[in-house]
Design a protein around this ligand. Structure first.
Ligand SMILES: NC(=O)C1=CN([C@@H]2O[C@H](COP(=O)(O)OP(=O)(O)OC[C@H]3O[C@@H](n4cnc5c(N)ncnc54)[C@H](OP(=O)(O)O)[C@@H]3O)[C@@H](O)[C@H]2O)C=CC1
Ligand SMILES: O=C1O[C@H](COP(=O)(O)O)[C@@H](O)[C@H](O)[C@H]1O
Length: 499
């Protein structure tokens, strides 16, 4: 890997602490960083290099999964870190930053390859990109890359505007839009896993009755009221992570001839999504907001009582939708997506239900997180569990594939340093995703669709189940109760079905 400087905007923030430093440290420990590597952390608050290094050390002690936190390794790692006070709006701060970056490049004798990581609020993205360009920070003879966190725009128009501004400073090939779901091991290995679970023939021709993609959480809005109350589940999860999961799965049927072809197909898939008309959104989409309820046997308050949330907020904390990809393989196969906060369990899961005569179903389940695994459950009845045990026993090789403990940020930062863009969201995908969700945002805005309040600790509004029942399906694996034998490494798992 080529040597590089990692310029981190927002170095004193939450994401840097919880995700970026632990990921960099893990890569360092695994010797996956360039041998000469420089990190320049930026923020408004005054910090000496030493104080900054000590803050980074603290974050590693709290959040790193590495067992190598002994002082020698950590000290070597922290040696690469410097801090610079920068207010994103002050041009002179960028000129000073350029001197610091250049001095370090000379000191370490490294090529001026520069990765600018924007771990700051989205309101700063355009200002920073413009200042990088105008200060000369982006004009060195090495490569330059921009890594940008979500949210990428607030709607189609603002995303386009943001992209246009970024493109004045960076080419599309230099922009790495992080969608951390694309860094999850089970998502990165989707093609491989499907191939080991299904035969080549299955992948090409097996008829799929329906697909369900769920990303459900027990957490509420937590400390992010300011952001979340303007984003909601639609912008926070659906427009990006959920549509990316849909793309990553559907490109595998029929199996692409190469990884590159698969990546190209992502945009085609999203382009083939049957468009919604804002007046008919309510036929395809269920909007919800959590009420009070019980999570893990503890009472929790309703969304509108949360700190920082307006008591009359109409913001969505849940969405379920029925989508249709209108291409030759997926035509006539409904794809159901749901995501929401304060639900009964934390799970990101894809269930493929295959067509069959009669009531017994074959299911392929991909557990993306926090449990990881792929399971092919043969001849599942809606009511029985015994069959899945038999089928899992007969196919032990399909259990718990992909468990490697890697955090998405480790993979994505490593990929960005290598210049591998395969698991970053391309502008075309982002633009098409915003375009597709725009009628839903319009319908929400104009109140053309009801907001259903659901009890915390449930699986969302009843209407989300009705959405499937109308087509003769139901959400698989919703648990009757919280105490279940969950998936543990190497053990059979048993779920309790609601129906
Ligand atoms: N936290 C998370 O889990 C996730 C965050 N994200 C995204 O990552 C980004 C960062 O989030 P997060 O770390 O939580 O945010 P925080 O509010 O914790 O941190 C914001 C950072 O921005 C810096 N900052 C604020 N204003 C300025 C300014 N005028 N000039 C220079 N620096 C400034 C702050 O430093 P200082 O105060 O020293 O100036 C701080 O380091 C956001 O885009 C967020 O949406 C995405 C996914 C998850
Ligand atoms: O991006 C986000 O994702 C998290 C859920 O991520 P996961 O990896 O834990 O599934 C979500 O809680 C958050 O609201 C959203 O911004």
């Amino acid at each position: 890997m080529e040597s590089a400087t990692f310029v981190l905007f927002g170095a004193t923030g939450d994401l840097a602490k919880r995700k970026i430093y632990p990921a960099l440290f893990q890569l360092f420990v695994e010797q996956q960083l360039p041998s000469s590597f420089s990190v320049i952390g930026l923020g408004r608050r005054e910090l000496s290099h030493e104080a900054f290094q000590s803050n980074v050390a603290q974050s590693l002690l709290t959040f790193s999964r590495s067992e190598m936190k002994d002082s020698v390794v950590m000290e070597q790692f922290l040696n690469a870190f410097r801090y610079h006070v920068l207010d994103v709006n002050r041009r002179e701060d960028y000129t000073k930053l350029l001197s610091l970056v250049e001095d370090r490049e000379v000191e370490l004798n490294i090529t001026p390859n520069r990765m600018f990581y924007l771990s700051v609020g989205p309101e700063f993205f355009e200002t920073i990109a413009t200042n990088i360009h105008e200060s000369g920070l982006g004009s060195a003879r090495g490569w330059k890359r921009l890594v940008i966190e979500k949210p990428f725009g607030h709607n189609l128009e603002s995303a386009r505007q943001l992209n246009q501004t970024l493109n004045q400073a960076f080419e599309e090939s230099e922009i790495y839009r992080i969608d951390h779901y694309l860094g999850k091991p089970m998502v990165q290995q989707m093609g491989q896993l499907l191939q080991s679970a299904l035969t080549e023939h299955d992948l090409r021709t097996r008829t799929i009755a329906s697909v369900q993609i769920s990303a459900i959480e027990t957490l509420g809005v937590e400390e992010r009221a300011g952001y979340y109350d303007h984003a909601g589940a639609l912008r926070d999860m659906f427009q990006n992570h959920m549509l990316q999961l849909l793309m990553m799965l559907t490109i595998e049927f029929p199996k692409p001839s190469s990884a590159a072809e698969g990546v190209k197909r992502k945009s085609q898939i999203i382009k083939s999504l049957m468009p919604l008309n804002k007046r008919k959104v309510s036929q395809h989409v269920v909007r919800g907001q959590y009420g009070a309820g019980m999570i893990k046997e503890k009472p929790v308050i309703r969304y509108t009582d949360e700190a920082g949330i307006a008591s009359d907020s109409q913001n969505d904390t849940f969405i379920a939708a029925r989508l249709q990809v209108d291409d030759s393989f997926w035509k006539n196969t409904p794809i159901y997506i749901r995501t929401g906060k304060r639900l009964k369990e934390k799970a990101t899961r894809i269930v493929i239900e295959f067509k069959s005569e009669g009531p017994l179903k074959d299911l392929l389940i991909i557990e993306i997180g926090p449990q990881e695994g792929i399971y092919y459950l043969k001849r599942q009845s809606n009511h029985e569990l015994s069959e899945d045990e038999t089928s899992l026993r007969s196919q032990p090789n399909l259990m718990n594939k992909g468990v490697d403990g890697k955090d998405a940020y480790e993979t994505l930062i490593h990929d960005a340093l290598l210049g591998n863009k395969a698991y970053f969201a391309h502008w075309n995908e982002v633009e098409l995703s915003w375009e597709w969700v725009q009628p839903i945002m319009d319908a929400y805005q104009e109140n053309l669709i009801p907001l259903h309040v659901y009890p915390a600790g449930s699986y969302g509004p009843q209407e989300a189940s009705d959405l499937l029942e109308r087509d003769g399906f139901h959400w698989w694996f919703d648990k009757k109760q919280t105490s279940v034998n969950d998936v543990t490494k190497g053990e059979l798992f048993t779920y309790e079905y609601t129906n």
